[in-house]
Design a protein around this ligand. Structure first.
Ligand code: ADP
Ligand code: ASP
Ligand code: MG
Length: 402
């Protein structure tokens, strides 16, 4: 008998019929003799709808109130799944994040799980019950409800698997696994049978929304065996784990709504550490800086632009720049799994292809196994599909070329 954590995302629990399907799948695993902890997201687009409701009341709602609001979505789905399982003749107990003992820090909207007090879950499992837990939420040490950031139910599931010592964490979603690019954008994307924690983390951080980046970090640090698979079919999914040989280029990720900020001025390059710690103190994640002798630039999620521009203006003297330039409307395209020896060749291929397509590249950055570049958002689809083909990802046999 194994202990398995199964997580079902928003589309997988999007309707009452879908919830019934989930109940049937869970029941099958139970009948195969496994102990089960089931983690759910909110139904369909519920979380977006809750965010929208808040916006109708206030431009800048209190973050604590916001978490109180958006955490309600998951409570609905766990209650409904418990009912559906009872209908199937299975004993199940739904628990909210705080009932399940998920303790987080107090960073509302982006909280991190500090620990999970698992006694209650273990007690229910020992009684033979299926334990259903609301994803995306926890409670801080002051007793306030917190949420883990959009897409955070994956992290709830993996953290529970780690704390409970589960043999497997299955992430059921609306695609058949992890692909070489977003299969909704690139129809020729290939499903990977396995991917290493590191490559998965790179893809997730660079925009592949199929797994929440923190879930991959957690899986890596605790060695949790994760499988991403479809909740609509029995197709085999993608194993995420430690000993996966690098296949050459692993895939292409993209992040939309990116802005590029540039500081201009003589000697500005030497200010990179000051800028970096200013942004870090303000809790603004910046993946990379690019600099020349008289400019320093970095990409940013567009919704952070206002906050960052204000911060840079406030600290103009300390940063010593002459001019500040902000440009929005980019998509950041990243190739993951670029080895050091093939980086120059891949970059040349990217430059050549974008030139042929008349797509100007605005920003380029290369780091360990990743190559990222920014292009205008409306050109992204063409660029990614072409690059996917030209880098040999449409047909895996050509991969060796890079
Ligand atoms: P869930 O609600 O199940 O958590 P998400 O929408 O968060 O589902 O994640 C699944 C989506 O991730 C897919 O529908 C797909 O469009 C997107 N996606 C982006 N990049 C990839 C990729 N490389 N492989 C698979 N899916 C990807
Ligand atoms: N319901 C939350 C969201 O939409 C969490 C999740 O689905 O993982 O972001
Ligand atoms: Mg998700």
């Amino acid at each position: 008998m194994a202990l398995i954590v199964q997580k079902f995302g928003g589309t997988s629990v999007g309707t009452v019929d879908r919830i019934r399907e989930v109940a049937k799948r869970v029941k099958e695993s139970r009948e195969a003799g496994h102990q089960l902890v089931v983690v759910l997201s909110a139904m369909g687009k519920t979380t977006d709808a809750l965010v929208q409701l808040a916006k109708e009341i206030s431009e800048h709602p209190d973050e604590r109130d916001m978490d109180m609001l958006v955490s309600t979505g998951e409570q609905v789905s766990i209650a409904l799944l418990a009912m559906a399982l009872q209908q199937e003749g299975c004993e199940a107990i739904p628990l909210t994040g705080w009932q399940a003992g998920i303790v987080t820090d107090s960073v509302h909207g982006e909280a991190r799980i500090k620990q999970i007090e698992t006694q209650r879950i273990r007690r229910h499992l020992a009684q033979g019950k299926i334990v259903i837990i609301a994803g995306f939420q926890g409670m801080d040490e002051q007793g306030a409800i917190t949420t883990l950031g959009r897409g955070g139910s994956d992290t709830s599931a993996v953290a529970l698997a780690a704390s409970l010592g589960a043999q497997l964490c299955e992430i059921y979603t609306d695609v058949a696994g992890v692909f070489t690019a977003d299969p909704r954008l690139v129809p020729t994307a290939q499903k990977l049978s396995a991917i290493s924690y590191q490559d998965m983390l790179d893809l997730a951080e660079l925009g592949a929304g199929v797994l929440h980046p923190r879930s991959v970090e957690t899986a890596r640090s605790h060695g949790v065996h994760v499988v991403v698979r479809s909740s609509f079919s029995n197709e085999e999914g993608t194993n995420v784990g430690r000993d996966v040989p690098a296949p050459g280029i692993t895939g292409i990720a993209h992040g939309e709504h990116v802005a590029i900020v540039t500081l201009k001025g003589e000697g500005i390059r030497s200010r990179t550490p000051v800028l970096s710690s200013l942004l870090q103190d303000a809790g603004i994640p910046v993946s990379a800086f690019v600099h020349g002798s008289s400019f320093l630039s970095f990409p940013l999620a567009k919704n952070q632009l206002q906050k960052v521009a204000a911060l840079l203006r406030e600290n103009r003297e300390q940063l010593g720049y002459r001019e500040l330039e902000e440009e929005g409307g980019f998509t950041m395209v990243s190739v993951v799994g670029v080895s050091r020896h093939s980086a120059a060749k891949v970059l040349k291929e990217i430059m050549g292809r974008m030139k042929l397509l008349h797509i100007p590249i605005r920003w380029v950055h290369q780091s360990e196994r990743r190559l990222s570049f920014a292009i205008r958002g409306n050109k992204a689809e063409t660029a990614i599909r072409t690059l996917h083909r030209e880098l040999g990802l449409d047909g895996r046999e050509e991969l060796a070329a890079f």
